[in-house]
Every structure is written in C-alpha cells, then in structure tokens.
Design a protein around this ligand. Structure first.
Ligand code: NDP
Ligand code: 2IT
Length: 466
C-alpha cells in the first residue's frame, strides 16, 4: 500500500499518522469542511486534527460509521449555551463577563466536564476541551458524556466575596441547563473547591433539593475522597504503566513538572512518593528549579502557598532557584509532565527535551503539547501520553463521586484510590490494544483516540439518525 507522511498545508496542522493517499484525501477534505464551518477556532481545529488523524484509517474501513456521518456529527456540539454573567465588585461597580456551557455529546451518559475561569477563555477553547472530554470520559469506562464550560472571569485578583457573587450569578443561568442526569460540571483552571461550593450552594437554593449536580464538592457535603488528588495521582499511575510496559521504571527518574495548581501539585506529591525526583514546578510567572529533586517538606510549603494563600512561586523563599519568564523544558529530565495549560510545550521546547534525553512525556494538562512538538517526539520515539488518557483520573473520580451520591454512601480513600488505579491501568491497556502495531512502541495518541472513539461511534450508530 502506498503510504504518505501527512504534512502541513498552508501552515495548518494536519495528521500525525501515516495514511494512504486515499485516507489522506478524505482527511484533508474533512478538515477543510470543519475549518469552514468553524472559522477562527484554532484550538478546536487542533484538537479535531489530532483526533481525526488518529481515527481516519479505521473510520474509512467501517462503512457503517462512514455512512452514518459519525465524524461530521461528533464534531458538532449538541448545543452551546452562551450567556452574560453580571455581578457587583466589593466597591459596588457593575461588571459583566461572558460564560458558556458546551454540551458536546451525551451518547454514553449525562454530559460531564469541568468549568474554567480564566481571562483567556473563549468558545474555541471550550469547544476543544469539550470535544476531548468525550473520548476521555469514554476511556474511563464510566457512563459519562462530554462537556465543558467556563467564563473569561479572572478569579485571581478578586476577593472571596466577589468570587461568591460571580458564582452565584453564573449559576442562575447555568442551573437551567444542568442536573444530575443531564449535565454535571466540576472544576478546571481557576475553579477549585471554593468555586464549586459557591456554585453548588446557589444551585441548591434555586432548586430547593440536594442532588449530585456538581463534582469536586467538599467532603462534608457529598464530595468524594481522593477527588482533589485524582488527576495528578492518576497521571503518575498512567506514567508508571507506560514506563513499565516499555521496560522502564519511574523510580529515580528526574521529572520536569509544569504548573503548580491542582494537577501539578498532586502529580508532584505522588512522584515523590514513588521515588522520582521532581526537578521543577512553574506558574505563569516562571519556574522553580530543584536540581536534586523537590524535598517533601517543601512540597507541603508550596501547597500551602498555592492552594491556601493563592501566592506566586516568585514569592517562595523555601528553596530551589526561581527563573522568571521561563518554562521548565530546558531543565534536563527523563520525564516531562506538562500540567499547566494548552500549547505550553512547543517545538523549541521539544528539541531541548530531546537533546537532554527525555524518555517520556505524560500530559497532566489538556493538549499542552503543540502539533509540531508532538511530531518531533514521534520522530524520536519518545513515549507520549495525551491528556485524554493520562489525565482522565480526575473525571474518573468525578464519575465515582456521582455513583456515591446516587447510592447515598461514601467510600473511604483506599477504596477510591484502588478504583482510580484500576481505571488508569485499564485505560493504559486500551491504549496498548488500539495503539500497537507498526513499531516496538505504543502509539498512545492513536490508541487513546481510537479507544475512546469506538464506543461513542457504536452508540451513535445504534441510536439511528438523532
Ligand atoms: P489550576 O487553576 O489549579 O492551576 C493551573 C496552573 O497552570 C497554575 O499553576 C497556573 O499558573 C498555570 N497556568 C494556567 N494558565 C497558564 C498560562 N496561560 N500560562 C502559564 N501557566 C498557566 O488548574 P488545574 O491544575 O486544575 O488544571 C491544569 C491543567 O490540567 C488544565 O489544562 C486543565 O484543563 C487540566 N485538567 C484538570 C483537571 C482537574 O481535575 N482539575 C482534570 C484534567 C485535566 P498561574 O497561577 O500563574 O495562572
Ligand atoms: O479536564 C478534565 O477532565 C477536568 N477538568 C475534570 C472534569 C470533571 O468533570 O471532573
């Protein structure tokens, strides 16, 4: 069979996979249509390009899905709710922000996915996140559809009372569109326990009943054990599986972690526990470097600084060297774990990591690696786990929180952690099953996309023309 290495066209990103000429033709036509229908949504184009590149050969071999137009339908959200949130500052000024809920696909269960509060939030970013969530949630094996929401509200420079007023106002509109069997939001960047609590309190007041309508709740009001730790811990469990499968181990490895929020902090905690050396943590101002590895007592101080005081890494005086306006990817390491945000690791970063001998990249964030950087990792056989597989632990424990709420009981930490480990190990096995072939290394991008897609495609086909 004649194979073509898919390349770029007019600076656009195209497939990461090898395709036949016919497959590539279909792929390019599909992406052209998608871009025409969704102009200017570059993050959404990027997420679909990776996905469609990974599944196109399989899709074209399955006429029943092709005939049912599954690819065209799955890339069109069920609905997007867009609304204004008006709120009042502490000094009595009126402010208005934009907010959205993208309900992408509920073939497998009620819509599920986080809310992001960050000034950069726009429809394209929420569509890319909602789209990825479909396949991530499918991979967990739990009955959850895909959604995402959020606002361009910036909680960082606001008081607690301002955040409360914003959340309460946002929930007035959001409450019309969510429910424990309809759509169950949770946290993401800028939305943690504080925000989820304000949102949940307002929902209860509006509906006058208790329900598991949000996850990531406080432990005393229906939250699950280990939800706070789940994404970071799950990412490390996945990384361990990936290394073990390729005859490596995590112990003693230097790991460059980016971010210092929920995902990064608990990834670092589990890495330390597993005997790895966490050589960096970062925030949007710069990174902290610990050449000998972050000591556990400094981890506790840093968690206090970031989680409770909402401080900056530049203020940390406990150790490590601070590098302003720089990211961690120039620091020598065997494992890179990007846990901050999308497109935070580009081609120049990938080259530096490869020069320094990186073995594996395991994504804690959603789509942190650009297409060009991913191509470089692929060319050099660097193991690369995409977020939809490796960061699925967060939403998986959210799913377990929904189950516990529905059963009106709560499992202890050991029980939830055991289930989390099993889910991450099953996701790894799914990636191996759908991503092997062609080389000695598993193609995790193909494995996770195809593994997540097959179930959703089968459900959509079975439902007929809905
Ligand atoms: P947090 O808000 O807790 O932390 C975000 C971290 O990333 C902070 O250190 C922040 O630095 C940094 N960051 C955010 N935006 C940027 C930016 N534009 N440039 C540089 N640094 C930035 O969020 P989470 O830890 O929850 O989320 C991190 C990533 O993980 C996101 O991609 C999210 O979608 C993903 N994710 C989260 C899950 C969860 O359960 N929370 C589950 C699965 C994935 P600063 O404080 O300076 O802004
Ligand atoms: O990106 C993600 O998977 C999350 N932010 C978690 C979503 C959830 O519903 O727990």
């Amino acid at each position: 069979m004649d194979t073509l290495e898919a390349g770029k066209e007019n600076g656009d990103t195209f497939s990461q996979q090898s395709m036949t000429e016919a497959e590539e033709k279909e792929y390019r036509a599909f992406m052209r249509g998608l871009k025409r229908r969704n102009p200017h949504e570059t993050e959404f184009h990027q997420a679909v390009a990776e996905f469609a590149g990974a599944v196109m050969p399989w899709y074209l071999q399955h006429e029943e899905y092709h005939r049912a137009q599954i690819l065209e339908r799955i890339t069109e959200p069920d609905r997007i709710i867009s609304f204004r949130v008006t709120w009042e500052t502490d000094s009595g000024e009126i402010r208005a922000n934009r907010a959205w809920r993208v309900q992408f696909n509920h073939a497998l269960g009620p819509y599920k996915g986080g809310l992001r509060f960050h000034p950069s939030v726009n429809q394209s970013i929420l569509k890319f996140l909602g789209f990825e969530q479909i396949f991530k949630n499918s991979l967990t094996g739990l009955p959850m559809g895909g959604a995402k929401g959020g606002s361009n509200f910036n909680p960082k420079d606001k008081s607690d009372r301002e955040v409360m007023r914003f959340c309460h106002s946002m929930m007035i509109e959001l409450s019309r569109h969510i429910g424990e069997d309809i759509d169950v939001p949770a946290g993401d960047i800028g939305v943690g326990g504080r925000e989820v609590s304000y949102l949940f309190g307002q929902y209860m007041r509006l509906e006058n009943r208790w329900s598991g309508v949000l996850t990531g709740k406080g432990l005393s009001f229906g939250g699950s054990a280990v939800r706070t730790e789940a994404t970071g811990w799950g990412c490390v469990y996945f990384c361990e599986e990936m290394l073990r499968y390729h005859n490596e181990s995590i112990e003693g490895k230097r790991v460059a972690v980016s971010g210092s929020g929920n995902v990064a902090l608990y990834a670092a905690q589990k890495l330390i526990e597993k005997g790895a050396k966490v050589v960096t943590l970062s925030d949007s101002g710069g990174f902290l470097h610990f050449p000998e590895g972050l000591p556990p007592e400094h981890w506790t101080d840093l968690r206090e600084l970031k989680e409770h005081q909402r401080g900056r890494l530049s203020d940390y005086r406990g150790g490590g060297t601070y590098h302003a306006d720089a990211n961690p990817w120039g620091v020598p390491c065997e494992i890179a774990m990007p846990c901050a945000t999308q497109n935070e690791l580009g081609p120049e970063d990938a080259k530096r990591l490869i020069e320094n001998g990186v073995l594996a990249v395991c994504e804690g964030a959603n789509m942190p690696v650009t297409h060009e950087a991913a191509e470089l990792f692929r060319a050099r056989d660097v193991l690369h786990a995409p977020g939809k597989a490796s960061n699925a632990g967060g939403v998986a424990v959210s799913g377990l929180e929904q189950s516990q709420n529905a059963m009106r009981l709560s499992w202890d930490r050991e029980e939830v952690d055991r289930r989390l480990q099993k889910i991450m190990s099953d996701i790894h096995a799914r990636c191996v099953a759908d991503g092997s072939g062609g080389g000695s290394r598993v193609d995790y991008i193909k494995g996770s996309n195809l593994g997540g897609f097959r179930k959703v495609a089968e459900a959509m086909r079975a439902y007929g023309a809905v």
